[in-house]
Write a protein that binds this ligand. Sequence first.
Ligand SMILES: [Zn+2]
Length: 444
Amino acid sequence: MKKATLLLTALFLGAVSIFAQQFDDYFEDKTLRLDYIFAGDSATQEIFFQEASSTPQWAGRRHHLNQPLLKGNGQITVRDPQSRQVIYANSFSSLFQEWQSTEEATQVKKAFENCFQVPYPKQIVEVTISLHDIHGRVSASLTHTISPDDILIREKSSSATWEYLHIGGEPQNCIDIAILAEGYTANDQEKFHDDARRACGFLLGHEPFKSMANKFNIIAVSAESAERGVSVPRKDTWKKTAASSHYDTFYSDRYLMTTNMQDIYDQLAGVPFEHIIVLANTSLYGGGGIYNSINVTTSDHPTARQVLVHEFGHSFGGLGDEYFYDDQYSSMYPADKEPWEPNLTTLVDFSSKWADMMDKKTAVPTPPIKYKDYNARNTFTFLQLNEKQQHALIHTVGAYEGGGYQSKGVYRPAMECRMKINEVEEFCPVCTRALIKMIEYYTE
Ligand SMILES: [Zn+2]
């Protein structure tokens, strides 16, 4: 008993000492950028280190330095080699891991660029980057040391001009978002500024970001593209653009994404940012968002606002998609593992999710709310419901079967949500709480 108490005390003191870690003890006010290649196929994965570079100023968080809020599909960890203490950690997801679940990945090995920013260390550090499989187990890992005096760490700067669209406060106290121009030529820069301003308004006009706008800084970065618009492979249209984004990613029409992460980070070198929104100059429907990696969205589609906010739910909040298909039963979310996404559950560990937000009388799983002609699989009828019915579908918290692309075995918190359909004007209460927690994690 006594032994256990001592051990607990030791653990507790350990936690306190980690918690008490100060940014200045280990880091300079500068950014270390680390470039990696993730490569493999559906069954194998490897990580390769490419190079390190630096940019002035650290715009990231200065507290909770070693505690990612969400597990993500991978983590980057910085250690003090002497004490073995983790002094910085962040979680992420990657396009490579999404690709691993495609048919193509059963046929060929491919390599994907990834860039990460960590605070610039004062002493030699050990960096570990790890990828997790769908069961949450480490599937690949690479550890290497970084010496802050390494002459091959090149200081980078960008020729792109940038300006603040919204200032909530100092970069070290706020969440810093860069909106990068994609598919805007030198002659289109005025349009870019109008579009970026509008995109900024889309985000900060949407709750919970609206009420917490003073926690965000938003910067427009005017990269010039050689050609106007973006690539649409299915129409044999290829454009030379700043971020090389294109539709038809993984052969899906509306999946607008980019694989050229290094070019993007080069354009943003010197901009104080933590999150990237690539604003594509197009009116074609599409977009994509990857947790702590990138958000690609369009300027001119009528649903650009909804898509931008939805993708930001992924890229900033780590939220999962709440929609699902009839015929897809497994792949991303195995039944024996609780997903790390805060708005999806397999009920394996539901108490760690939103059980506390449910009316105690609500059954788990929760029977779907039914209205005449309304079908949660095919929600074009949502707008035909009256206001009270629409409100109930968004705000009646439960554990409704269907979510994360699977109609069986994955449960979502509300019948409808911004993370499910564009017709809904809000995040459900569970997504809203998760986003508020994330904002507070960065800023408090
Ligand atoms: Zn939701």
